[in-house]
Write a protein of this length. Structure first.
Length: 144
């Protein structure tokens, strides 16, 4: 973004922290499983971690849209809004999955919390595949 405010820098630092602890939480979750107390705690924190990362990414996308909406073509703005919405929905699913109910109910051999995470994966990535945000030819920027 052309203008990095102190607020955006602080939020970016939080994002970096969340990204840094995600592998640790994943390893604890993987090796402990969800049957142990450590695994249940790791799954709770993992849900908060991934939800937080997606919420911050949605905020960054929102800030970019607001900053650049007069310069970017409408097609790019539409793609960015789709990405922002997907990040918000993914964050909501991960945050909801941290409720205690979702760790105690088992569905398809896994805690319902983990099942929700599998539901969130396509929500997070499919819009990017179809909107062209993952690659392709860059759009031209409108001149003011």
């Amino acid at each position: 973004m052309p203008v990095e405010t102190p607020w955006l820098i602080r939020v970016n630092m939080v994002l970096l922290f969340l990204v840094a602890i995600e592998p640790l939480l994943f390893d604890v979750l993987y090796f402990q499983g969800t049957g142990s107390d450590a695994g249940v705690a790791a799954s709770l924190y993992f849900g908060l971690d991934i939800g937080g990362m997606n919420l911050i990414l949605a905020y960054f996308t929102y800030a970019m849209i607001e900053e650049e909406k007069r310069k970017l073509p409408e097609e790019v703005l539409r793609r960015l809004r789709t990405s922002r919405t997907a990040n918000l929905l993914t964050a909501a699913i991960f945050f909801v999955s941290t409720l205690p109910f979702f760790s105690s109910v088992v569905f398809l051999g896994l805690p319902l919390r983990v099942d929700l995470w599998f539901i969130a994966l396509p929500i997070a990535f499919v819009p990017r595949l179809f909107s062209g945000l993952g690659g392709g030819r860059p759009s031209q920027v409108r001149s003011s």
